[in-house]
Design a binder for this molecule. Structure first.
Ligand SMILES: [Zn+2]
Length: 330
């Protein structure tokens, strides 16, 4: 049963919003674009694993995607791509969608990727998942959950991954490609037969994990050192994504696809939230959407029915994606 579904991670959505508002000639564009494509590829890899997860015995497993949990110090977090909970064992899965030749260099604890003319070095995912195993074990102790075997797997999801390792690499049993997943599950089931987690304990653990899950919600502009005035302003066309639409009388028209609407703000305000967070003022709205008129901006804010604080002139509105549902996109 899926307890926490796979969704596009918040950071990926933030990177996409930022890219959509930056000129390709901006000095940070390439760096942001690279990170976006790398993370999006990781997400697609996890998506491709969904197929194999559907073969699990429905009643036997709870599935959690993208958990970000505090370690016992409370200062650091660790991220688990997929966690399976069964009555007899837990399984941590780290999904990697890398392609090309992948070489585990155990001597230096690194994974080397060679693809076309490029070579990259990554931290070894086996080392990482072993650390997560320990962090999860300690967390379960603080939750007072009975000591449960924790299995780990690094799954390479890209069919175009060619995996090899140095002679001293000892963890062949922890690294697979997606199609071997079910064989591994059978093996884990065979070697973990004793029921450790009764139904009530599984429910308790599930609740605690969801309660302690802390999404990574960085201020993306601050992280890349980008100022508000470096962003492209305007209302984005809801039909073809062109930016900016032109305002004529009371309506907005797209110069690219000629779509016209009186309230085309939905996507643009979603971008605003991803880039600036959950507060907005009349001035910020005008700045971001490229609107001159204070009263037009006020009209938009009122139509959203937002909660606000502060006096009339300095009013700060609280905005979130839920509130945007008040806009009709036509
Ligand atoms: Zn358009």
């Amino acid at each position: 049963m899926n307890k926490k579904e796979l969704k596009i991670p918040l950071r990926v959505r933030k990177l996409k919003a930022l890219l959509g508002r930056l000129s390709e000639s901006h000095p940070k564009y390439q760096e942001i674009s690279d990170e976006f494509h790398r993370r999006m590829s990781g997400y697609r890899g996890e998506q491709s694993l969904q197929y194999y997860l559907t073969f699990l015995k429905e009643n036997n497993y709870l599935i959690f995607h993208n958990l970000r949990l505090p370690d016992i110090s409370g200062k650091h977090f660790f991220e688990i791509d997929i966690l399976l909970i069964s009555p007899t064992f837990l399984l941590i899965i780290d999904a990697k969608n890398y392609r090309g030749e992948l070489y585990f260099d155990w001597k230096f604890d690194q994974l080397i990727q060679s693809y076309k003319d490029t070579r990259k070095s990554y931290n070894c995912p086996v080392t990482q998942i072993t650390r997560h195993q320990l962090q999860l074990k300690r967390l379960l102790e603080t939750f007072k959950i009975p000591l449960t075997p924790i299995e780990t797997l690094v799954i390479f999801t890209n069919p175009n991954a060619f995996i090899d390792a140095s002679k001293d690499f000892k963890y062949y049993n922890k690294v697979i490609k997606s199609p071997s997943f079910l064989q591994k599950i059978e093996l884990f089931e065979k070697r973990n037969k004793r029921v450790v987690l009764e139904k009530s304990k599984i429910q308790k653990l599930s609740k605690l994990l969801l309660k302690h899950h802390t999404p990574h919600d960085p201020d993306i502009l601050a992280q890349f050192g980008i100022m508000e005035d470096e962003l492209i302003k305007g209302v984005r066309c809801p039909k073809c994504d062109f930016l900016p639409m032109n305002r004529k009388q009371r309506s907005w028209t797209c110069p690219s696809c000629h779509y016209s609407s009186s309230k085309p703000y939905y996507n643009s305000l979603k971008e605003y939230i991803l880039l600036f967070g959950n507060t907005i003022t009349n001035r910020h709205l005008r700045g971001f959407l490229g609107i001159q008129s204070i009263s037009t901006a006020k009209h938009i804010l009122i139509s959203l029915n937002l909660q606000y604080k502060g006096s009339y002139k300095d009013r700060i509105y609280l905005i979130n994606e839920e509130a945007l549902k008040n806009i009709h996109n036509n």
